[in-house]
Design a protein around this ligand. Sequence first.
Ligand code: THU
Length: 142
Amino acid sequence: MTTAAQDSARDLPWEELTRAATEAMGRAYVPYSNFPVGAAALTEDGRIVSGCNVENASYGLTLCAECSLVSQLQMTGGGKLVAFSCVDGAGNTLMPCGRCRQLLYEFRAPGMLLLTVSGIKTMEEVLPDAFGPEHLTDNSAQ
Ligand code: THU
């Protein structure tokens, strides 16, 4: 992480985000795994959006907490994410799964930071060399 990212990490409301993630976790629908997850993120315009996992009898259709979060982001005005926190049923920091890192990458603001099990990290650190929207622009000639 760069010094600029370290400076911005200090100013972010990590406790508030983790509190919002924990509250969201309390709404999880997890009759199959019994593994509730909550996620919360700060948007560029200062909103806090959150989500919980929602499972399904057809197990593979389970929606992760991050799916719910990006849906709420879009439904409450859109925008990009600045900071992210995710918790398990005990309120401990949880790493987003691979698919969810991709979901978050789509909506990252420049310099987005994540609270992880090994400290605060940039989006690029948790999903290096990512495929993203930038790869789909003007590829008509290929
Ligand atoms: N889960 C999430 O909600 N987000 C993640 O990033 C990791 C996994 C959920 C999916 C499933 O309901 C439960 O955790 C167990 O895999």
